[in-house]
Design a protein around this ligand. Structure first.
Ligand code: ADP
Length: 152
C-alpha cells in the first residue's frame, strides 16, 4: 500500500499520458496552395487546423478556421491568393513532440488560446510534421482516464 490518496494517483496517471498516444493524423497544405484550396481541404479532411509546409515538407505555418473566414470576407479571388500570405508563420508556431506529456501540450493550448498543435520531429531541413494534438485529443484522454466511462 502506497499511502497515496486517490487524487494523487489520478495526478500521477495524468502526468504519464504522452502526446504520441493521443495524437491524430495531421493534414497539411503547401504554402503555394490557394485559400480556396485550403478551405476545400479543411472541409474534405474534417479538421479545424491545417498545417502549411514548404517544398521540403517542413512546417512553415498554421491556418485556423477563422484565419480562412477572415481572409474570405469580401474577398473575390480566393483562388489566386496563396495561403502563405495569411497563415500564422514560423517561428511563431507553438509545437509539441511525441515524447512530451499530454499535460504539457494541454497547457500550451490553454496558454496560447489555440485549438491545435503540430507534433513535430526535428530534421536537418526543418520541422517535419508527424501528428496533431487538438482539444479533441484532450477530451478523449479525459474519458479514457475512467475505464467505466467508455461509451464507444
Ligand atoms: P480559430 O482562429 O478558428 O478560433 P485557433 O484558436 O486555433 O482557431 O487559432 C487562433 C489563431 O492562432 C489563428 O490565427 C491561428 O493561425 C493561430 N494558431 C493556431 N494554432 C497555432 C499554433 N499551434 N501555433 C501558433 N499559432 C497558432
Amino acid at each position: 500500500y502506497t499511502g497515496k490518496t486517490g487524487s494523487e494517483l489520478l495526478t500521477e496517471n495524468i502526468k504519464k499520458l504522452k502526446v504520441q498516444d493521443y495524437q491524430q493524423v495531421p493534414v497539411a497544405v503547401n504554402e503555394d496552395a490557394s485559400i480556396y484550396d485550403a478551405i476545400t481541404t479543411m472541409f474534405l479532411e474534417d479538421v479545424g487546423t491545417l498545417f502549411v509546409v514548404n517544398e521540403h515538407s517542413c512546417l512553415t505555418g498554421v491556418l485556423s478556421r477563422k484565419d480562412l473566414l477572415r481572409a474570405s470576407l469580401g474577398q473575390q479571388r480566393l483562388n489566386e491568393i496563396p495561403v502563405h500570405i495569411i497563415m500564422t508563420r514560423m517561428p511563431n508556431i507553438t509545437v509539441c513532440r511525441k515524447n512530451d506529456s499530454l499535460l504539457e501540450a494541454a497547457l500550451k493550448l490553454i496558454n496560447k488560446q489555440i485549438d491545435g498543435l503540430p507534433v513535430v520531429k526535428d530534421t536537418e531541413k526543418g520541422l517535419e510534421i508527424v501528428g496533431r494534438i487538438t482539444k479533441t485529443s484532450m477530451t478523449k484522454a479525459l474519458v479514457e482516464l475512467t475505464e467505466e466511462n467508455r461509451f464507444d
